[in-house]
Design a protein around this ligand. Structure first.
Ligand SMILES: [Zn+2]
Length: 141
């Protein structure tokens, strides 16, 4: 496996230079083999640059629902929940390399915790902008 240029997880089946239009299953960056620099708008990613995409999310994880600690008090929403405060957000600086300012805010903007509740798993995303969800089949992913 080869590293995704956006999230650095080893999700590409071939080197990035050969992964034409491959969508990373972790960060959803569509590999754009035509980019000449990370600050060039990507047609494959609706004009977003690779640098912008790298700054859009800080954490993505999948938890087994049976063993998940769910903060029901701060939860807004049932199957797609958002949190302005959560256990995950309060421990973000300890768990990641995120930069926290003196006023307790995070760079580049306030991070928000999104959770997607499925039948057996909870998918957590910590991002400063709303994640974009698409529905596809195994053939399109
Ligand atoms: Zn990725």
């Amino acid at each position: 496996m080869y590293q995704c240029l956006c999230c650095r997880n080893e999700t590409l089946p071939v080197p990035a230079s050969d992964a034409v239009a491959y969508i990373c299953p972790v960060c959803w960056w569509e590999n754009d083999v035509f980019l000449n620099s990370p600050d060039e708008p990507s047609d494959e990613n609706h004009g977003m640059t690779l640098l912008e995409a790298q700054e859009n999310y800080i954490m993505y994880q999948v938890r087994n629902e049976s063993f998940s600690r769910i903060d029901r008090q701060a939860r807004q929403g049932r199957y797609m929940a958002t949190y302005d405060q959560s256990f995950l957000l309060s421990h973000l600086a300890e768990m990641t390399d995120v930069q926290k300012s003196d006023d307790n805010s995070f760079y580049p903007a306030p991070w928000k915790h999104y959770s997607i509740f499925t039948q057996n798993q909870v998918i957590d995303i910590v991002s400063h902008c709303e994640p974009v969800l698409t529905v596809g089949t195994n053939d399109t992913l």
